[in-house]
Write a protein that binds this ligand. Structure first.
Ligand SMILES: CC(=O)SCCNC(=O)CCNC(=O)[C@H](O)C(C)(C)COP(=O)(O)OP(=O)(O)OC[C@H]1O[C@@H](n2cnc3c(N)ncnc32)[C@H](O)[C@@H]1OP(=O)(O)O
Ligand SMILES: O=CC(=O)O
Length: 542
């Protein structure tokens, strides 16, 4: 049998390893990462290639449809997903947020049922953020995460059961460049999942919950199959029964919406349902159909949850989940508290309330909040309208959603200069923060993360590409977009502290909004800006 030392041959780390990281980067944990990489990276790369091929099909005008080859799975009513696992029966309000230590303590102390600790859209994946996040979650699982910041003490509350921890690793498209195996960067998904699972699978079970995950940005059931294979190998490796892990899949790409049954089916022994990742879903819809003028959308503020294609996706997701006995989770309203304007705050909170009411009435089993101050609003609505721990019994057999509903782009609204400037501000503001290692920011009193920023970026691209005319009568072409970009950049930079990164963000953004270059993800476009891959040290020398 291979020894840890021999498995570690070929594993190298170029991120700085501080003393506190050593409990995470143990030889055994690194050998586990190497095992995951050698077992699954080939399939991951092939699936990413498959995404490119599917995009080419769509660009040729072939719109997606439900798959003929998996009809038997969709039409077989007898199979089910796993029953809800301990700590996941009632998940009516889930807080989400990055994995820095303060956020972790504050999230676990919030009045919510679960906490999604996010290595993905709300975290910029610097080496420090990713590895410190692992340290923080290791400590959080063991209830040893208390710390002091200046005079303020951050302590886990002891007056109640803490929210169940769920971890969102990065998506399949992202690499973690600071760890290589046999000369290749390891996948960000396998790095985040692998380290968290290896250290916390047994301990989380001891604490009364388990190794639970949110799985982002998948585009097909084959990508879910890959996660399922990873889960089986992982469970076998650490000696816990298959079916202990749970994964909630974010349905946040338009292609995955056509494969919801199949995705639950692939993960069925590990499934804890699906979630409406609304922001990425809008982004994906714009991105996938970006060459097709029939998919041009109005200002971002007009693309609400009640427009036809979003409404159809929500309904189909709830129906599909409940048919299979798994949770149908709602998503994220972007409003956050406005501290300095009572009236504006009340309006924003009313928006959140309306969103949660729509979700619970539609049949969702829970929802997301971006900030602790929103927890009471969401729980008030869910407590009132969902007296049971979930509403898996609501089968929504009344719902009839077909291909045309999922692709119904009849979205009322206009494209305005204000909408263009807002998108520019969001894109610039988000990218500027991200380059500084911050993955989630308040902009104009809205929570902006990688998914929301992608919507703004992709809309700008699409509007220029299709030469739309604004409500004010202005043709949106390359020159106009670049002129407004310069104006917004100058304004933002003038009001920002010295050393800000707006000029750099603007350089990247210019390429992305002129209807020409289109990066698959802003995060992959910018990744080199936040990586410091110097001399790699062999893992065996740690
Ligand atoms: C589309 C998607 O993918 S959604 C999922 C990804 N997005 C997210 O998870 C959003 C996470 N939210 C956040 O990061 C933050 O709420 C922000 C950036 C939007 C706003 O943060 P701030 O400007 O710090 O908010 P604010 O100053 O009001 O925070 C007040 C306190 O609440 C804490 N807080 C705010 N949001 C959160 C959160 N999501 N989880 C835990 N604590 C939080 C802050 O740390 C702060 O704590 P302190 O008083 O001890 O210093
Ligand atoms: O990940 C969530 C989303 O809304 O996007």
């Amino acid at each position: 049998m291979a020894t840890t030392d021999s498995i570690l041959q070929g594993v190298a780390i170029s991120g700085t390893v501080q003393p506190e990281h050593k409990k995470i980067l143990t030889p055994q944990a690194l050998a586990f990462l190497a095992l995951l990489h050698r077992s699954f990276n080939g399939t991951r790369k092939a699936l990413l290639e498959r995404r490119v091929a599917r995009q080419a099909e769509i660009d040729r005008g072939n719109l997606p449809d439900f798959l003929p080859e998996t009809k038997h799975i969709r039409e077989n009513p007898t199979w089910k997903g796993a029953p809800p696992a301990p700590g996941l029966v009632d998940r009516r309000v889930e807080i989400t947020g990055p994995t820095d230590r303060k956020m972790v303590v504050n999230a676990l102390n919030s009045d919510v049922w679960t906490y999604m600790a996010d290595f993905e859209d709300s975290s910029a994946p610097t080496w420090d953020n990713m590895i410190n996040g692992q340290v923080n979650l290791y400590d959080a699982v063991r209830r040893q995460v208390d710390f002091k910041q200046g005079p303020k003490e951050y302590k886990l509350r002891t007056d109640r059961v803490l929210p169940t921890l769920i971890v969102r690793p990065r998506g399949w498209h992202l690499d973690e460049k600071h760890v290589t195996v046999d000369g290749e960067p390891i996948s960000g998904s396998l790095f985040d999942f692998g380290l968290y699972f290896f250290h916390n699978a047994h301990e989380s079970i001891k604490q009364g919950f388990g190794p639970y995950f949110y799985l982002p940005k998948m585009e097909s059931h084959l990508e879910a199959r890959l996660w399922n294979d990873v889960f089986n190998l992982a469970q076998d490796s650490v000696g816990i029964p298959r079916g202990t892990i749970r994964g909630t899949v974010l349905i946040e790409t338009i292609l995955a919406a056509f494969e919801m049954d199949e995705i639950i089916y692939e993960l069925r022994d590990h499934s804890s349902g699906l979630n409406c990742g609304r922001w990425d879903y809008i982004f994906s819809t714009i991105k996938k159909f970006r060459q097709n003028s029939a998919f041009v959308l109005p200002d971002r503020s007009a693309v609400t949850m009640t427009v036809p294609f979003m409404d159809a996706y929500v309904k189909l997701l709830i129906q599909t989940c409940h048919k299979r006995g798994v949770h149908a989770m709602g998503g994220m309203a972007a409003q956050i508290p406005i501290k300095d304007d009572k009236e504006a705050n009340e309006k924003a909170m009313e928006g959140v309330r309306a969103d949660k009411l729509r979700e619970v009435r539609a049949g969702h089993d829970g929802t997301w909040v971006a900030h602790p101050a929103l927890a009471s609003i969401a729980s008030e609505i869910f407590n009132k309208h969902m007296p049971t721990p979930n509403q898996l019994f609501r089968r929504r057999e009344d719902v009839k959603i077909g291909r045309n509903d999922l692709l119904n782009m009849n979205v009322p609204g206009k494209i305005t200069e204000d909408g263009i400037r807002k998108n520019l501000n969001i894109g610039l503001g988000y990218m500027e923060a991200w380059i500084r290692g911050i993955g989630c920011v308040p902009i104009n009193y809205l929570m902006e993360d990688a998914a929301t920023a992608e919507v703004s970026r992709s809309q700008l691209w699409q509007w220029v590409r299709h030469g739309v005319t604004t409500a004010e009568g202005k043709k949106v072409d390359k020159a106009y977009a670049l002129k407004l970009l310069k104006e917004q950049t100058d304004q933002l930079a003038a009001n920002a502290p010295k050393g800000n990164k707006f000029a750099l963000a603007s350089q990247y953004f210019a390429g992305q909004i002129t209807g020409e270059d289109y990066a698959d993800f802003l995060t992959t476009l910018l990744y080199d800006e936040i990586t410091a891959v110097g001399n790699a040290a062999p893992a065996s020398k740690l």
